[in-house]
Write a protein that binds this ligand. Structure first.
Ligand SMILES: Cc1cc2nc3c(=O)[nH]c(=O)nc-3n(C[C@H](O)[C@H](O)[C@H](O)COP(=O)(O)OP(=O)(O)OC[C@H]3O[C@@H](n4cnc5c(N)ncnc54)[C@H](O)[C@@H]3O)c2cc1C
Length: 406
């Protein structure tokens, strides 16, 4: 039993996506990991369940069939639905889960600060299928060679030329970077303004000068595509600058404002880490229940059962942190420290659980294609993207004292 037990809507999301993860994701997870291939068929099937590539614009109604109360003062359920869904999907396969939801990284800033015209444009760009017959997806391009955690050093520039911006620069580690039909790219429009000058632009695939680059070969979450993207003097109409047509329209239309979104999405990233940890723990528990060691039941061996007891505690603690942070977001409470704590704790838990599982299983888990070997590799990313472990600790520390530790 957990804090969702008296909420039928959240229970429903969990059951539906749990079944999807078990029946549709698990059977193909190892194959997509080995091939480093996107699960295009599953992505199409997921749309039918409401996991659309424009989910951030559509709201959660498509997943639950329930409309949010439009009164902005009322509690919402979006963050809690997000964590319920994220845990189940990552339990199925974290790489496939990111392939299913990666377009949201681009959809989120458009939903938050985009104009109606920009929202319509993103919907239009993601309609129908691409030249390969695949559903269309989107990418959010912020990180650059040398600029990940600290965006103040962003090198990609946007220069005004008449009623167009000319974007120049290279991005790397971009989810959906090669295959996207729509890109939200962040560029510096006014170097003297520092972070406030960083603005987002909605850019269509096929725009002259937009060149998808090398696809990365990764340790984990290999069913999700990660690639470089180059912007070689790409002309973008000023109407496609997120939040307003001019540089200096104010921080509320720039990256500084969209960073607040992370307080809502970090719990969902933490929930993914919980999903992988739970998958690993359940695998071990199954093994222990039926297994013997040196002729006696595995469950009677203290060194094994203490490990499982530790995993049980840590996973439960991470999940509670995740649920608390999501509950606070839904209730419009400041959850900056709690969201970072949830993400950082879950990242630590999933790495500890998968690491210990590798030790307990011994040499069998070293085999390529073993599920625990895959989960061990998938776990590492949770300490890196959406803010590294160190960055989460900086955020928590700043909330504690108001001072940025150096
Ligand atoms: C699979 C994958 C998918 C990704 N998808 C996207 C995407 O879709 N779009 C996108 O824009 N980016 C994406 N990224 C990039 C990701 O967001 C960055 O890798 C991340 O922000 C870290 O940046 P970095 O790699 O440049 O590391 P750096 O920022 O260079 O950090 C290197 C090390 O220094 C530490 N560090 C940095 N600053 C501080 C500090 N102030 N105090 C203490 N320690 C510090 C970090 O914690 C880390 O350990 C993705 C990355 C991966 C691996």
């Amino acid at each position: 039993m957990d804090i969702f037990h008296d909420n039928p809507m959240l229970q429903g999301v969990r059951q539906m996506l749990g079944a999807f993860a078990r029946q549709m994701m698990r059977p193909v997870a190892i194959q997509h990991d080995r091939e480093e291939s996107m699960p295009w068929d599953l992505m199409k099937a997921a749309q039918g369940l409401g996991m659309t590539q424009t989910a951030m614009l559509d709201g959660r109604r498509r997943l639950t069939g329930v409309e949010e109360d439009p009164d902005p003062a009322k509690p919402k359920s979006q963050a809690r639905i997000g964590v319920a869904a994220s845990e189940e999907l990552a339990w199925g396969c974290a790489g496939i889960a990111l392939a299913l939801g990666g377009s949201n990284l681009a959809g989120a800033p458009v939903a938050r600060i985009g104009t109606q015209e920009q929202k319509q444009e993103l919907r239009r760009l993601l309609q129908d299928t691409d030249e390969h017959g695949h559903i269309k997806i989107a990418a959010m391009a912020l990180s650059e060679p040398g600029t990940g955690s600290d965006i103040s050093g962003l090198k990609t520039s946007a220069r005004l030329d008449g009623d167009h911006w000319i974007i120049r620069g290279s991005k790397q580690w971009i989810t959906n970077g090669r295959s996207a039909s729509a890109y939200v790219v962040w560029a510096q429009t006014a170097p003297e303004a520092g972070r406030a000058g960083v603005r987002g632009f909605l850019v269509a695939r096929g725009s002259p000068g937009l060149v998808p680059g090398k696809k990365e070969t990764k340790l984990g979450i290999r069913a999700s595509e990660t690639a470089q993207v180059h912007f070689e003097d790409v002309r973008v109409h000023q109407d496609m600058m997120l939040g307003g047509a001019h540089a200096g329209d104010g921080p509320a239309s720039g990256l500084a404002d969209t960073k607040k979104m992370l307080d809502a999405t970090r719990p969902a990233i933490g929930a993914q880490a919980v999903g992988i940890a739970r998958a690993t723990y359940e695998y071990l528990l199954d093994r222990v229940r039926g297994g013997t060691l040196h002729g006696t039941p595995m469950a009677s061996h203290q060194h094994i059962m203490f490990e499982l007891a530790d995993m049980h505690m840590e996973i439960a603690a991470s999940r509670l942190l995740v649920h608390r942070a999501a509950w606070m977001a839904d209730h419009h409470l400041d959850n900056v420290a709690e969201a970072s704590a949830a993400k950082a704790h879950a990242a630590r838990t999933v790495q500890a659980v998968t690491n210990r599982a590798m030790v307990l299983l011994g040499e069998e888990a070293l085999e390529s294609g073993h599920p625990v070997e895959k989960w061990y590799r998938d776990a590492k990313i949770y300490d890196i993207f959406e803010g590294t472990g160190q960055i989460q600790r900086r955020i928590i520390a700043r909330q504690l004292t108001g001072v940025n530790p150096t």
